[in-house]
Design a protein around this ligand. Structure first.
Ligand code: ADP
Ligand code: MG
Length: 141
């Protein structure tokens, strides 16, 4: 299992002043931050990041949402990072997310769902490189 994943604290959660609470939950769950920044995504960057969803009915709405304000991408490390992070955030739809998960606590609905987490080791590597160059990533030994 890979040990890297990409999280994004999405614009709704940043706007709701939940950034600190979410980072605290991530650290308490045993993840190590390799890199982090606050960035206001451009339309073309958001379209590129979510290119796999370009045929979906919600694609334009998703791009509008992700460009609506600053977000906080975070490159994370821990054992089995992708699966463990998706467990921590809960289901895409907060109505279906387990109690105590980040989305259960902070998401508004299936669209404005507070956080992103990579869905595979392969995508984690691609998504981390969307936001961070190699020399921005802390290499923990
Ligand atoms: P996840 O973020 O859990 O991996 P997806 O990759 O399926 O979920 O979707 C990407 C993002 O698109 C979701 O996190 C959410 O913000 C948005 N989204 C997903 N499904 C819908 C939907 N049915 N309507 C509106 N937005 C959606
Ligand atoms: Mg996804």
């Amino acid at each position: 299992m890979g040990n890297k994943t990409l999280a994004i604290i999405k614009p709704d959660a940043v706007g709701d002043k939940n950034t600190g609470k979410i980072i605290d939950m991530i650290l308490e769950a045993g993840f190590i931050i390799n890199a982090m920044k606050m960035i206001h995504l451009t339309k073309s960057s958001a379209q590129g990041f979510y290119a796999v969803h370009r045929e979906r009915a919600f694609f334009n709405e998703l791009v509008d949402y992700m460009t609506s304000g600053p977000c906080v991408p975070i490159a994370l490390e821990r054992d089995n990072a992708v699966e463990e992070f998706r467990k921590l955030i809960g289901a895409t739809d907060p109505a279906k997310a387990a109690e105590g998960t980040i989305r259960k606590l902070f998401a508004k609905n299936i669209q404005f769902n507070a956080v992103h987490g990579s869905d595979s080791d392969e995508n984690a590597v691609k998504e981390i490189s969307h936001f961070f160059s190699n020399d921005e990533l802390i290499n923990i030994k």
